[in-house]
Design a protein around this ligand. Structure first.
Ligand SMILES: Cc1cc2nc3c(=O)[nH]c(=O)nc-3n(C[C@H](O)[C@H](O)[C@H](O)COP(=O)(O)O)c2cc1C
Length: 367
């Protein structure tokens, strides 16, 4: 029996994130990072190469439109708009959790539309880790991948959200083992992403041992899912969930420390997201060791204004990244990932206490 609750929840997530203030009150840490300005860049801005690859597929820029939506007619429109922009700009994209379409095949078109609109981009399937507790988890994952001819599958970790929402699924026992089983059985790479609370080095290392091929840190500092669930609980006057949402609004590892922890403790592909709002943030993320940067909420907002607005948003992000590369003398992303940078403030303290030496970034030699 298909569940009608999943699509309803998806719609309310779009509406809440578009119309309420769901930002974390804790910063990402990007303001604590300063790239060292190169007053003599010794390069022509026009010759900068932003291209890269992702699991054997070319990208014109190291960017992914984050996993967000599907399951409703509005989500289908948003996915179509985002896919058009991704195809035009030559970047990657993720669809939102495909649970709705696995439970009700008539909703599959709301995800498929992304692949039909963007036949050539790296496109990522998505399932929540509570889905892995089911006996038919591997079959469901294969269905999600086949549905959109996906390049890889993101399993999202959302313990914070599940623990705050009234219909939350909070049995996270044995999840690492289940992720590992899935990674061994799927023919495409399995990746893991958080959803705004970040990933610390201990979890990252465990995930690497579980055969995942990439980690999207999705750290604290952008969209707060405790915040989203607070508003949804308020609409129904669920007092306990409102309290939980308020208390845990700023829970998690901020994005910048999370990037440093994951990039320095694993050899996985690292996606930087969670409060990434411009191309300078992406330049900093790559300088810190990430391979790609991703935006979620800003893309939902611009896509709901239309394709032109979404294209303009991402074109600006790409030009900002190019500028950061120009001003640090980076001809390409490999050089950007080796530039000297300084980490100050709360992020410096965090990293020092967690056993990382921020000075290794400040004193490294550019390529
Ligand atoms: C409306 C909305 C729906 C989302 N749905 C999903 C989802 O289904 N699966 C997932 O992995 N992440 C989902 N996310 C989380 C984002 O991919 C991202 O990790 C998070 O929002 C932080 O990025 P931001 O600060 O740029 O919004 C969603 C985000 C938004 C705004």
């Amino acid at each position: 029996m298909p569940s009608r609750r999943t699509p309803k929840r998806k719609l309310s997530h779009i509406q809440t994130t578009l119309h309420e203030q769901v930002q974390s009150h804790v910063p990402t840490g990007f303001d604590d990072v300063r790239l060292i300005h190169k007053a003599l860049p010794e390069l022509d801005r026009d010759e900068i190469d932003l291209s890269t690859e992702i699991f054997g597929h070319k990208l014109k820029a190291p960017l992914i439109i984050e996993s967000m939506t599907g399951g409703t007619p509005l989500a289908a429109r948003i996915n179509r708009t985002l896919a058009r922009v991704a195809e035009r700009l030559g970047i990657a994209m993720g669809v939102g959790s495909q649970r709705a379409a696995i439970e009700d095949e008539s909703l599959a078109y709301t995800y498929r539309v992304a692949r039909e609109t963007a036949p050539s981009i790296p496109l990522f399937a998505n399932l929540g880790c509570p889905q892995l507790t089911r006996d038919d988890a591997v079959d469901r994952a294969k269905k999600a991948v086949d549905m959109i001819h996906a390049t890889g599958l993101f399993i999202h970790l959302n313990a914070l959200q599940e623990s705050v929402q009234f219909e939350g699924e909070t049995d996270f026992r044995d999840m690492l083992h289940r992720i590992s089983d899935l990674a061994e059985q799927l023919s495409v790479p399995v990746l893991v992403k958080e959803t705004g609370a970040g990933i610390a080095k201990e979890t990252a290392q465990a995930l690497e041992r579980a055969h995942v091929k990439g980690i999207n840190v999705s750290g604290l500092g952008g969209t707060s899912w405790a915040g989203v669930e607070y508003y949804r609980a308020r609409a129904k006057q669920y007092k306990l969930q409102m309290e939980l949402g308020t208390t845990f609004w700023n829970w998690g590892t901020p994005t910048v420390p999370s990037i440093v922890e994951v990039a320095n403790s694993t050899s996985l592909r690292v996606f930087a997201s969670g409060g990434v709002r411009n191309g300078l943030h992406i330049g900093k993320a790559l300088g810190l060791g990430a391979h790609y940067g991703g935006l979620a909420l800003p893309m939902l907002k611009s896509a709901s204004s239309g394709e032109k607005a979404a294209t303009a948003r991402l074109t600006t992000v790409i030009e900002e990244l190019r500028n950061a590369m120009f001003l640090t003398g980076s001809h390409n992303l490999q050089e950007l990932r080796q530039i000297p940078l300084v980490i100050t403030g709360a992020t410096h303290q965090w990293l020092t206490q967690r056993g990382f030496d921020p000075a290794r970034y400040a004193n490294r030699k550019p390529i």
